[in-house]
Write a protein that binds this ligand. Structure first.
Ligand code: ZN
Length: 372
């Protein structure tokens, strides 16, 4: 970005190895042609373009690090990736619309970006789009559904979106949903949350302002009144995990389905100690209950892989469970999943598909669940 006369100009430079070399292009913007690398130094160009190209040729093409260069009155300052993170985690990011993680956390999980899905409801997205957090605002209070992995400073990000007091709830107690809980003083959770907690999670909490935050257990029939917006709690039967809650926004006809039902795949290998067969029966019951609650206008909002999804997914999940019990399930050995494929022991899992519904489960258990 540079200032030329009274104009702010934004230039984009794109470095790549091309498999096909397009021919010269001539348009009313000028002439686009290929310049051999060694002739580049003789081509007139703006200072910022010269710096970007010189940096790329000397260092940039050998690293995947992100660099930022700023030219001030004295000359050029080049900042490394570490310095950028230090700036971002020192509050510099609070001016921006997105939020970068701190450098010492797993960088797979990306930054937060939020948008309004309807008035006073935000989807806060992270992990390259694969995970959602929700923020619902009423007249008196706001509700945050899940806290992700605890990347960066989620609370600061949320407080940019709302100035109402925030009630924090967890759809369930898996690390990618409760990781940032200790940024707040109190979080509403389901019973049996201890069964799903990652061992040593309290150590993670020490990184946050409220490591001893209060956990308030809520269940079926509990209601949160945000002021002109009531959120009902439904306790899920044990399927994806032991501690799932569904949240139903009665005013806005939105149903938050956590990880129990989602568009990509529901993970059904985490819910020990029950047998898969028992958990599949529970999944079917959950699907029937939620389907009955919905009409064709209900927005079903899961925590992973896209939102909203159609209520017809519940029917597909019912069909999926039935297909397993009947022994004619559509089983795929290849999971095709970036993260799960990195997990030790993933080879024994399979994908079962039915319409839009899909689960990952232990293949042997899937076959055993078929009724003789
Ligand atoms: Zn989960």
């Amino acid at each position: 970005m540079r200032k030329k006369d009274d104009e702010i100009r934004v230039n984009h430079y794109f470095f790549a190895e091309l498999k096909v070399m397009p021919k010269e292009i001539i348009s009313n913007e000028g002439e686009l042609r290929w310049i051999p690398e060694k002739e580049l130094s003789r081509v007139p160009m703006p200072y910022s373009a010269r710096q970007a190209i010189d940096h790329y040729l000397s260092l940039g093409h050998r690293t995947e690090d992100l660099y930022v260069g700023i030219k001030n009155g004295e000359g050029n300052i080049l900042l490394t990736r570490e310095l950028i993170h230090a700036m971002l985690s020192s509050g510099w990011q609070k001016r921006g619309g997105t939020h970068m993680p701190k450098a010492n956390k797993n960088e797979n999980f990306g930054y937060y970006s939020g948008w309004m899905v309807s008035k006073n409801t935000w989807i806060i997205n992270f992990m390259d789009g694969s995970q959602n957090i929700y923020l619902l605002e009423g007249d008196q209070a706001a509700m945050l559904i899940d806290t992700g992995y605890g990347q960066g400073d989620l609370r600061a990000y949320v407080e940019k979106l709302t100035d109402k007091p925030v009630i924090v709830v967890n759809t369930h107690f898996h690390l990618d949903h409760y990781g940032g809980n200790a940024e707040w003083e109190k979080v509403y959770v389901a019973d049996q949350w201890e069964k799903d907690a990652t061992p040593g999670y309290q150590e993670n909490d020490q990184n946050f302002p409220h490591p001893d935050y209060e956990k308030v257990v809520v269940g079926d029939g509990y209601e949160f009144d945000l002021g002109g917006r009531v959120i009902q709690v439904l306790r899920a039967k044990v399927a994806h995990c032991n501690s799932s809650l569904f949240f139903y926004d009665t005013e806005n006809n939105m149903l938050f389905s956590g990880d129990e039902f989602e568009s990509g795949q529901t993970l059904m290998f985490l819910g020990e100690p029950n047998s898969l067969k028992e958990r599949l029966k529970n999944m079917r019951d959950n699907a029937e209950r939620l389907y009955a609650l919905c009409d064709e206008h209900t927005l079903v909002l899961p925590n992973h892989n896209g939102a909203p999804i159609a209520r017809e997914y519940f029917l597909d999940y019912i069909g999926l469970v039935d297909s397993i019990f009947k022994g004619d399930a559509e089983i795929e050995d290849d999971l095709n999943h970036k993260y799960i494929n990195q997990m030790p022991g993933h080879e024994k899992y399979c994908r079962v598909r039915y319409g839009g519904a899909s689960i990952f489960a232990d293949k042997e258990e899937v076959l055993q669940a078929a009724e003789a």
